[in-house]
Write a protein that binds this ligand. Sequence first.
Ligand code: PBG
Length: 323
Amino acid sequence: MNRRPRRNRQNEVIRNMVQETSLSLHDFIFPLFIIDGQNQRVPIHSMPGISRFSIDTLLEEIGACVDLGLKAFAPFPGMPEKSKDKYATESHNPDNLFARAIREVKKNFPDVVLVTDVAMDPYSSDGHDGIVENGEILNDETLEVLGKMALTQAQAGADIVAPSDMMDGRVGHIRRVLDENGFQKVAIMSYTAKYAGAFYGPFRDALDSAPKMGDKKTYQMNPANSREALIEAELDTAEGADYLMVKPALAYLDIIKLLRENSHLPIAAYNVSGEYAMVKAAAERGWIDGEKAMIETLISIKRAGADVILSYFAREYAQYLKK
Ligand code: PBG
């Protein structure tokens, strides 16, 4: 045998030397859940290690993360049921929970980057990402709400707005609204290929944002499709997206690779709540080594071609690096 691949695996120094992919804390965006009130840290049952924070404890949490080297965060608001309505009106109230949180974070941590979620579901009494009329999700009427919501977030200090709704034309509409109002510098991270599936369950528990009727299949993508992801990517690029995102990450590593190979834009991947919960649940039962599974999961997303990883593991991974 003149070819023996094992020669390059024979000790740790050599293995490290020939390692093709590596993770850096610079790659990560850490999602965080915000709720109203004071001194709140409410654990999310289905996401061990993850809590909902009131604005005061959110600042403590971000401070701790910054000390660990994490600098980018994706906050999501958990809204009380009484503030929700059909048109997600609260989403563009400049004094809503989300805008107040964004302002406070940017005031206390001006160098932190905030990637803010643009979608109606946390504010919608229907629990959908669009306006519901006679059981149908209205596209163009929803764009108006999304534009106002993105502008409210930009005015509060968001660096990157991230539409996660999957309405047609939303990137172009949001870009126009931001530019008309002087927010040329605010970037758009589009949830380009967001699939309708089971992996968002724990997130919807965390925000109490599950659809009240029906499912999200008329706007989120069919898990069986990959060419359609290229159509979404072409449109988002033409409409002005600065990043293309694939979501979820693990069951869609091929889609991450597909977009990586077909775009020059940075590719983001969202390692979603259900993917986090699966690793945690199996680790709690002693069925897998949670730390090793975390690292293997994250590296697979990077190897597939993601430049940016949104993951609930971000803080734990940062802690692991400090060990
Ligand atoms: C809503 C939104 C969802 C997630 C991010 N933004 C849920 C959904 O589409 O129902 C899910 C994130 C996760 O599961 O971690 N627009």
